[in-house]
Write a protein that binds this ligand. Structure first.
Ligand SMILES: Cc1cc2nc3c(=O)[nH]c(=O)nc-3n(C[C@H](O)[C@H](O)[C@H](O)COP(=O)(O)OP(=O)(O)OC[C@H]3O[C@@H](n4cnc5c(N)ncnc54)[C@H](O)[C@@H]3O)c2cc1C
Length: 248
């Protein structure tokens, strides 16, 4: 039987894998997208201690290699559900199932999507959740940014250097007709939909756990951005990964 299945190959999951693998545990990491998590889309990370300036992709490539060096297997499968059988957990994916003595939840968050009304308004126009990834495609063209928080302000500033005009609207405002692309920055939601009824979630869907990373279900731990916490950054995700693995 596998000692621990870790769900998500972002900073939290891969750090947990480094610690668990180094402690001699049999570790499988399940990842539904690309390894490295959401930070791989960032061109520059300047606040990770010990690594002054590095792209998110390069940073996470190193972390993934470190985890694999301690025997971690990374498999590209989406987790659809978990069954609690007390002494062991059954993790069900789009490709099969795994039995493990423990599970670490490290699924992070994803951008909140446009409302149905705004999505209909956008019609066939491209909708992007990553200005750094897609902004360059709209050089000299009018675009619109949806959102009212700090991220929306950052996205607007970034696009002002590229687009001919940057409209700014709030959630549910009509989308200007001449905008050629819609950039969305209306917050994030945790990837925890498949956990309902298994572990305690807060009203926003985050997995309830304190600094010990223990969920309401014995044998299931949580690390990183999908946990209830005040600061969601790489360094806190890494810290959670170490703590969660230390509980095994
Ligand atoms: C634009 C942007 C810039 C940022 N810049 C910085 C920065 O400069 N410095 C900093 O410290 N932090 C930064 N952050 C925050 C940082 O990216 C996060 O705090 C960190 O990535 C969280 O790591 P994580 O492992 O918890 O989650 P994630 O990185 O989100 O990783 C979760 C992984 O789980 C996978 N997953 C989700 N659901 C499933 C499932 N059902 N089955 C299998 N796999 C699943 C996802 O595909 C993903 O790969 C930034 C965030 C954004 C959005």
């Amino acid at each position: 039987m596998i000692d621990v299945v870790i769900i998500g190959a972002g900073m939290a999951g891969l750090t947990a894998a480094i610690y668990a693998g180094r402690a001699g545990k049999k570790v499988v990491v399940l990842e539904s997208n690309v390894k490295g998590g959401e930070i791989v889309e960032s061109t520059i990370v300047s606040n990770y201690p010990g690594v002054p300036d590095i792209s998110g992709a390069d940073l996470m490539e190193t972390v993934a290699k470190q985890a694999e060096g301690f025997g971690t297997q990374i498999k590209y499968e989406e987790v659809l559900g978990i069954e609690d059988h007390g002494e062991y957990k059954k993790v069900k994916t789009d490709e099969g199932e795994y039995e493990a003595k423990a599970v670490i939840l490290a699924m992070g968050t994803e951008p909140r999507r446009l409302s149905e009304k705004q999505a209909a308004d956008a019609g066939k126009r491209p909708v992007s959740y990553c200005a750094v990834c897609d902004g360059a495609l709209y050089e000299g063209k009018p675009v619109v940014v949806v959102g009212s928080g700090n991220t929306a302000k950052y996205v607007m500033k970034y696009l002002e250097g590229i687009a001919s005009k940057v409209y700014h609207i709030h959630h549910d405002d009509p989308i200007p007709e001449d905008a050629e692309a819609v950039f969305v920055a209306i917050g994030r939601v945790p990837n925890t939909g498949f956990l309902k009824g298994l572990v305690e979630l807060d009203s926003n869907g985050y997995v309830v756990a304190g600094e010990d990373c223990k969920t309401s279900c014995p044998g299931i731990f949580v690390a990183g951005d999908c946990r209830t916490k005040t600061t969601r950054q790489l360094v806190t995700a890494a810290g959670d990964g170490a703590v969660a693995a230390g509980q095994l």
